[in-house]
Design a binder for this molecule. Structure first.
Ligand code: GDP
Length: 140
């Protein structure tokens, strides 16, 4: 399988509960490697831009309010089949439907405050990585 990179975000509900290390341990245990990392607070404009694809959805404003409610940790993960491997360990969007052993089953509060974001395709991963990081920030 190809070595890929994907964009991971530890969301505000998880940074608030001091879960960054526990969540990253789960990623590392599946063979993903953190090769770039920034703890930041998104502006409203940045959050709207990052989630632009959802701007017609009923929950868009609520999602943006949540994503700017506290710090996030944006990171690049690298590994074999990283996009799919990361989505698998994250679990389903709604923690009620997430498999046992996934981050969202373990830690998510509800369908919105679901602790983590992960790119859903290699194409989106490239776009989302460049949203937060320049090439010089990424040390593989
Ligand atoms: P993901 O790829 O699993 O993160 O899911 P989506 O791309 O469908 O949605 C993006 C984010 O929007 C999710 O991770 C949630 O934080 C939020 N979200 C998704 N569905 C809902 C919903 O029905 N209600 C609310 N309030 N937020 C949602």
């Amino acid at each position: 399988m190809a070595i890929e990179r994907t964009l991971s975000i530890i969301k505000p509900d998880a940074t608030e509960r001091n879960l960054t290390g526990k969540i990253n341990a789960m990623f590392e245990e599946t063979g993903l490697r953190i090769i770039a990392q920034r703890r930041i607070r998104l502006s409203r404009e940045q959050a709207e831009s990052f989630y632009e694809v959802h701007n017609e959805r009923s929950f868009f404003n609520e999602l943006v309010d949540y994503m700017i409610s506290g710090p996030i940790v944006a990171q690049v993960l690298e590994g074999s089949d990283a996009v799919a491997a990361h989505r698998k360990i994250m679990g389903a969007t709604n923690p009620a439907q997430a498999d046992v052993g996934t981050v969202r089953k373990e830690f998510a509060l509800n369908v919105q405050e679901n602790s983590v974001h992960g790119s859903d395709s290699a194409e989106n991963a490239a776009k989302e990585i460049s949203f937060f990081f320049s090439d010089a920030d990424i040390v593989g």
